[in-house]
Design a protein around this ligand. Structure first.
Ligand SMILES: [Zn+2]
Length: 226
């Protein structure tokens, strides 16, 4: 399977610009993002088709399947691309997603780590929350990350166009190969959540937060009927 090598170009489409206005409305710490926009990436239908993106690629050492976040815009975070041991994170780590509540984005950007407790619908698991809080869970599936309990939607009105949207956010992360275990979904789904993965491989868990590095904030806007 091919390795993703998208041409780096300045993104400029209506959808990207609307997502950027939403991002600016959040008043997040500016230094968390790269000062230039050349590593931002729009995965709207027009932009992805113009690049010829495939939905699935492999990345990392050893290679691992990962899906492109079609329908989302990635705003690149200001992060190092080598780890403490000099490993090239961008090419050698695996890639995954983590849906976030809008109120949790600021702290994650400031700490540059995912740390919020795991959300679960299982009451028995809730009781073990102190244990769970030490763990960090991500998913290789953008569809799984977009479940409402992870990527909590919020309403946003674009003052420039008057259009109202349902807005969602997901962090795209690098995760160190070998640092995590692979487990089943925990949302009680009785359907196949993502056609690229079985339901038994949707949750990747690590006990060391330093092995998971957010490198992009993904934004998705869905226009609401006016
Ligand atoms: Zn686009």
């Amino acid at each position: 399977m091919a390795t993703y090598r998208a041409a780096i170009a300045n993104v400029d489409c209506q959808y990207y610009r609307a997502c950027r206005r939403f991002l600016q409305s959040l008043k997040l710490p500016e230094d968390a993002f790269r000062s230039d926009t050349k590593f931002d990436m729009c995965f709207c239908t027009t932009c992805r088709d113009s690049r010829g993106d495939l939905p699935v690629y492999t990345r990392g050492r050893p290679p691992k399947l990962y899906t492109l976040p079609f329908g989302w815009v990635r705003f690149a975070l200001n992060v190092l691309t080598t780890d403490a041991k000099g490993v090239k994170i961008d090419s050698d780590y695996h890639r995954a997603f983590r849906g976030v509540h809008p109120n949790g984005v600021f702290e994650i950007l400031q700490s540059r780590r995912l740390f919020s407790p795991v959300v679960t619908t299982n009451l028995e698991e809730e009781k073990q929350n102190s244990e769970k809080a030490k763990k960090t869970c991500v998913t290789p599936s953008i569809r799984y990350a977009t479940q409402d309990i992870y990527s909590v939607p919020e309403w946003w009105n674009d003052n420039e166009t008057g259009v109202s949207y349902e807005a969602r956010m997901v962090f795209q992360v690098w995760i160190r190969p070998g640092s995590y275990t692979i487990g089943p979904q925990t949302i009680g789904a009785n359907y196949k959540v993502d056609r690229h993965f079985t339901n038994d491989e949707l949750v990747w868990t690590t006990t060391n937060q330093d092995d998971v590095i957010p490198y992009g904030l993904l934004i998705q806007l869905t226009a609401l009927p006016s």
